[in-house]
Design a protein around this ligand. Structure first.
Ligand SMILES: [Zn+2]
Length: 355
């Protein structure tokens, strides 16, 4: 800053427009003035136990995969989900500007985006369709756009209105949402990473090792079918999160690995993907899977056996391969080893064996 440059600090674009229109004027920025307060990003070190879910978060961050946690109430699904942004690479300059622009349009603070923090949005299932996907008389971005370049967390996924979930399939493919109103349409960016959580049944305690659950197989089926197959197909990682046992809850646990350490491995794995194919593994198409996820003879045999036994569809098989590719990238391996494929099977999802 030279002696006669005047710097104006602006929290969002609407304030700047106001200034330029001659309305309320912005105050010149004071050098060394207080920095805006940034929201705290929760750390993985606070999570007790749940080694498999922690690992799934690392894999999700490394490959950009969408993630579904299923487990009883109190198993820590929300706590885990909130830690994903802290494992992801910080926003680059271009990404920061995109996020700041969307948040500014919605009248929200932009300090976190400017500091490279990825957004974490967790709308409630009772939120209106407009609040979730955007729109309205004077169109505004919805939660899926406010989560652009960050994480959209949908807790109790089956409780969201099905038509809202169906609208979400488009942005999951294209990274943007088109809001059409009578005379015009507006496109908002919506390239978010989806993390969803659900109970395994209406009461929440199905298959938790106790006999608390009184739901009938029919009720459980109907509950799980509220989420459509095509939506589940966009979720590469599907994992069951068990409740912590009384021993785990009562034994003082050593702190888990911190987010910063995990992020180092995530960054290295991302770099491998960019070098190899110019994008994250979640975006690998069928043809690219053939090129970058070749299996050796033993692994191919294992995969065809699993496919036959569990009636896995081609799409479920693609999910497996994308995840196995990320596991190999985390391990720093050129090829997918059988160990990666076996670990990928853990994240296959219990209810999608036919999907
Ligand atoms: Zn139940």
């Amino acid at each position: 800053m030279t002696g006669h440059t005047r710097v104006l600090a602006v929290a969002h674009l609407l304030r700047l427009c106001e200034h330029l229109r001659g309305g309320e004027q912005l105050a010149p920025h004071q050098r060394g003035g207080a920095l805006p307060c940034l929201p705290m990003v929760p750390d993985l070190a606070d999570v007790r136990g749940q080694l498999q879910a922690r690992r799934a978060l690392e894999v999700a961050a490394a490959g950009g995969h969408n993630l579904l946690f299923s487990g009883p109430p109190g198993s820590g699904k929300s706590m885990l989900a909130a830690r994903l942004p802290g494992l992801m690479p910080p926003l680059g300059l271009e990404e920061s500007l995109q996020v700041a622009a969307v948040h500014s349009v919605a009248g929200l603070p932009v300090a976190a985006a400017c500091a490279g923090q990825r957004p974490f949005r967790s709308p409630h299932h009772t939120a209106s369709a407009v609040a979730l996907v955007g729109g309205g008389g004077r169109p505004r971005p919805g939660e899926i756009s406010l989560a652009h370049q960050g994480v959209l967390f949908l807790d109790e996924l089956p409780e969201f209105p099905r038509r809202v979930l169906e609208v979400m399939r488009e942005p999951l493919e294209t990274g943007e949402i088109l809001i059409s109103r009578a005379a015009r349409s507006t496109a908002y960016p919506a390239r978010f990473q989806l993390v969803a959580a659900m109970n395994p049944c209406p009461c929440g305690y199905f298959d938790d090792g106790t006999s608390r659950c009184r739901c009938t197989p029919d009720q459980i089926n109907r509950y799980q079918q509220r989420i459509s197959g095509p939506l589940l197909d966009r979720i590469d990682l599907q994992l069951q999160v068990p409740a912590l046992s009384p021993q785990e809850l009562l034994t003082p646990a050593a702190p888990g690995e911190a987010s910063a350490q995990v992020r180092q491995r995530v960054l290295a794995a991302r770099e491998r993907q960019l070098q190899r194919q110019g994008r994250a593994n979640r975006d690998l198409s069928g043809q690219e899977l053939d090129r970058h996820c070749a299996l050796d003879g033993r692994s191919r045999e294992l995969l065809s056996r699993v496919m036959a036994q569990h009636l896995l569809s081609a799409r479920a098989c693609h999910r497996l391969l994308r995840v196995a590719r990320t596991l190999a990238d985390l391990a720093g391996d050129e090829g997918i080893a059988q160990a990666h494929l076996l670990e990928a099977l853990i994240y296959r999802g219990k209810w999608t064996e036919q999907g």
